[in-house]
Design a protein around this ligand. Structure first.
Ligand code: G4P
Length: 282
């Protein structure tokens, strides 16, 4: 299991996030659209309390459209604001900005009633490692207009990243620890690359992924690798993929390390297909 998160480390992280929360108006809770359960921090609700937040299903380009829709409905029904985005391409970012404005509207009106000129919305990004926090910051920051903060006499603060929209981001995202308790959660995090091969060696992990795909997405596996999967063990499927892809060592033996890398990398890049591994429970 991931050994970077000691209880002491978690406590410190929590305290520092709680401090930062006092500085912001809203929180962007980033989760992975392929594994919305596994990629949520276990105590996020506890940490956030009533702080206005938007649940962001990132990497939605890698998840199935049906899954994205069901998860949006799920969080919406829970009374949370939710949006699917692809932080890399910027898809969904405009909607995220609109939702942020909606959430902030009440506060803004209060300011205006008191005759105070309201300032931009201040937000912080929270999420487990590798979920796309830095990518989102970069994409939002690119929307920044060239002149902002460059006027003489205006001190540029390091703490806030200005964007072109009415939004400022805390420059360091809050990095939360993932759940580790459940074996399936650990596997999901490892499949998607959220934890880098810490729980299993790559070959065992790839075999587990092949098992998951053969059980739940047989057609995607078949068509990507042109393999038959009926009446085969998962190891045999892996070996056939190896042969088809020329992952062989001298003498024609399967290069298990190479075939494992192929399957894991292609899954993580979405090449096998857009796959949502977790669906909301009824
Ligand atoms: P973090 O700050 O939360 O740790 O995550 P970061 O932004 O570094 O993103 C982790 C990886 O996920 C990066 O890939 C990034 O390009 C990719 N990524 C982020 N958002 C999206 C998205 O919406 N769609 C897709 N397809 N990919 C996204 P990387 O640089 O290749 O890193 P790695 O996977 O080799 O670690």
């Amino acid at each position: 299991m991931n050994i970077n998160w000691y209880p002491g480390h978690m406590k410190k992280t929590r305290e520092s996030i709680e401090k930062s929360l006092t500085l912001v108006d809203i929180v962007f809770e980033l989760i992975d659209a392929r594994i919305p359960i596994s990629s949520r921090n276990p105590i996020i609700d506890n940490i956030l309390g009533n702080k206005p937040r938007i649940v962001i299903l990132n990497k939605s380009d890698l998840a199935s459209e049906e899954g994205n829709k069901l998860w949006e409905e799920y969080f919406f029904k829970k009374g949370l604001k939710v949006v699917c985005i692809d932080a890399l391409s910027g898809n969904g970012i405009d909607r995220l900005i609109r939702l942020s404005n909606q959430l902030y509207e009440e506060k803004k009106q209060n300011y205006e009633k008191r005759g105070v000129i309201s300032r931009p919305i201040r937000a912080m990004i929270l999420g487990i490692p590798n979920v796309g926090k830095s990518t989102l910051i970069n994409t939002l920051a690119k929307k920044k207009s060239a002149k902002t903060g460059n006027k003489p006499g205006i001190t540029k603060s390091n703490q806030w990243i200005k964007t072109k929209s009415n939004l400022e981001l805390l420059d360091t995202p809050g990095i939360l620890w993932p759940k580790f308790e459940d074996k399936q959660v650990g596997l999901n995090l490892a499949f998607t690359g959220a934890i880098k091969d810490e729980i299993l060696d790559r070959e065992t992990l790839a075999l587990k992924l092949i098992e998951t795909l053969a059980k739940n997405f047989p057609n995607l596996l078949k068509s990507r690798y042109n393999v038959e999967i009926i009446d085969k063990t998962y190891l045999e499927i892996m070996e056939e993929i190896g042969r088809k892809r020329g992952a062989l060592v001298k003498g024609g033996e399967i290069d298990y390390s190479k075939v494992s890398n192929i399957v894991l990398d292609e899954f993580r890049k979405g090449v096998i297909g857009r796959i949502t591994l977790e669906y909301p429970e009824e």
